[in-house]
Design a protein around this ligand. Structure first.
Ligand code: PLP
Length: 414
């Protein structure tokens, strides 16, 4: 029988974080205790004043379609936020609201890519970028960015990836999965390369902007190189900062023709983001911001704890992330180890399965994010779970026969 499915769909992989979540749910349903480090969202509820705004909006009858680009009050609130927090000047009609930042990125690529167009994606990357590019006929050009440069793209790496077919560079800072945060000078250097290639647009995904730690600070590359505003799409959303993942509100700010094109796609797909969620989003952006500061403080304490615990485990090495709520430890020191059952751990995916089976700890393999030899472990979970999970990992590692002699070298990282 011929297939109903499109050729383009053939290359698209399911999101590994969603797949990991399903695996955890299935194990829990079967009665197993699992400590989950795969979580990609804050583990606390939406602040009460934002929930109340949603309830009030429903009670007031805000139950209908809204303008496809988003309500004017929300686009005004976003324009004000971009000015206040990011030093960026956008008019409300240069802003479009979608069902999450993911939706906006998807439609931006749909609106701009022709068959064979290239999109530069630094690796490790958020898993959706390459698949979304491929889904729209584009070719993701993956540029590996190793731990030696803090998992960040260098100007030379960018320069060497640009061709005549390049349409976009996708930058994500603070980064999922590494937590890397680009400094102002690093962004400036990258924007100088972009300024030399006027046909390349910048998609800057700033969804984790509020979660930065220590000396790190978030700055939008568009603020640093205002010339780029004419060919940049600033993407952000409410999911992470306000613990609103399920409300599905994200937005893009960019030049009018691009915003109109994305809006056109919205009119023919979702029509608009949910009106009730848009009303709550106005309150989130205009209301008290203490909830965001509190969340960032909580994540900082958890970051310090998980990094310390992971670095005590032989064979695991973890750089402290500067932002977001993910660690990206190397497990290179465990590859080649033998399990008590006599199986050799040949890859990070094997390490993930061993940890799940032996320790009841769920993580995601770095290969899924374009960087083998690592795990993504989220710290959007409680201090108790971090402690218990790392203790279980330490026990599982102690049960391994580790490869020699690299073992001693890998372990001497204290
Ligand atoms: N961008 C990055 C880097 C993410 O990690 C996520 C979610 O995990 C998103 C965008 C999408 O967020 P949302 O669609 O919930 O706004």
């Amino acid at each position: 029988m011929t297939t109903i499915l499109s050729k383009r769909l053939g290359g698209v992989k399911p999101s590994p974080s969603m797949a990991a979540k399903q695996r955890v749910d299935a194990l829990r349903a079967a009665g197993r205790r699992v400590i989950d480090f795969t979580i990609g969202e804050p583990d606390f509820p939406t602040p009460a004043h934002i929930v109340k705004a949603g309830i009030d909006a429903l009670a007031a009858g805000q139950t209908r379609y809204t303008a496809s680009a988003g309500t004017l009050p929300l686009r005004q609130a976003i324009a004000a936020k971009l000015g206040r927090e990011n030093g960026l000047a956008y008019a409300p009609d240069e802003i479009v609201v979608g069902c999450g930042a993911k939706h906006i990125i998807y439609d931006a690529l749909a609106a701009t890519l022709n068959e064979g167009d290239e999109v530069i994606v630094p690796a490790p990357y958020w898993v959706s970028y390459p698949d979304m590019v491929a889904l729209h006929g584009g070719r993701p050009v993956i540029v590996p960015c190793g731990a030696d440069n803090g998992f960040k793209l260098t100007p030379a790496g960018l320069e060497s990836a640009v061709t005549r077919r390049t349409r976009w560079l996708i930058l994500n800072s603070p980064n999922n999965p590494t937590g890397a945060v680009y400094s102002a000078s690093e962004l400036k250097a990258l924007s100088e390369v972009l300024l030399r290639h006027p046909h390349v647009w910048l998609l800057t995904d700033e969804i984790y902007e509020h979660f930065v730690y220590g000396q790190a600070a978030h700055v939008s590359p568009v603020k640093l190189a205002p010339e780029l505003q004419l060919r940049a799409l600033v993407v952000n959303g409410l999911s992470k900062a306000y613990a609103m993942t399920g409300w599905r509100i994200g937005y893009g700010a960019g030049p009018l023709p691009l915003i109109k094109a994305i809006t056109l796609l919205l009119t023919q797909s979702t029509t608009c983001a949910a009106g009730v969620s848009q009303a709550a989003a106005v309150t989130a952006l205009e209301g008290p911001q203490q909830c965001v500061t509190d969340a960032a403080r909580l994540f900082l304490a958890r970051r310090d704890s998980i990094v310390e615990h992971l670095n005590r485990i032989p064979g695991i090495r973890c750089l402290p992330p500067d932002g977001a709520f993910y660690t990206f430890p190397s497990v290179a020191g465990l590859i080649g180890a033998t399990t008590p059952a006599g199986k050799s751990l040949a890859s990070d995916a094997d390490v993930v399965m061993y940890f799940l089976d032996e320790a009841g700890v769920a993580a995601i393999d770095g290969s899924s994010y374009g960087m083998p030899g690592h795990l993504r472990m989220s710290f959007a979970t409680s201090a108790e779970q971090i402690e218990a999970g790392c203790a279980a990992l330490a026990q599982a590692v102690a049960a391994l026969r580790l490869p020699v002699p690299s073992l001693r070298k890998e372990n001497s990282h204290a």
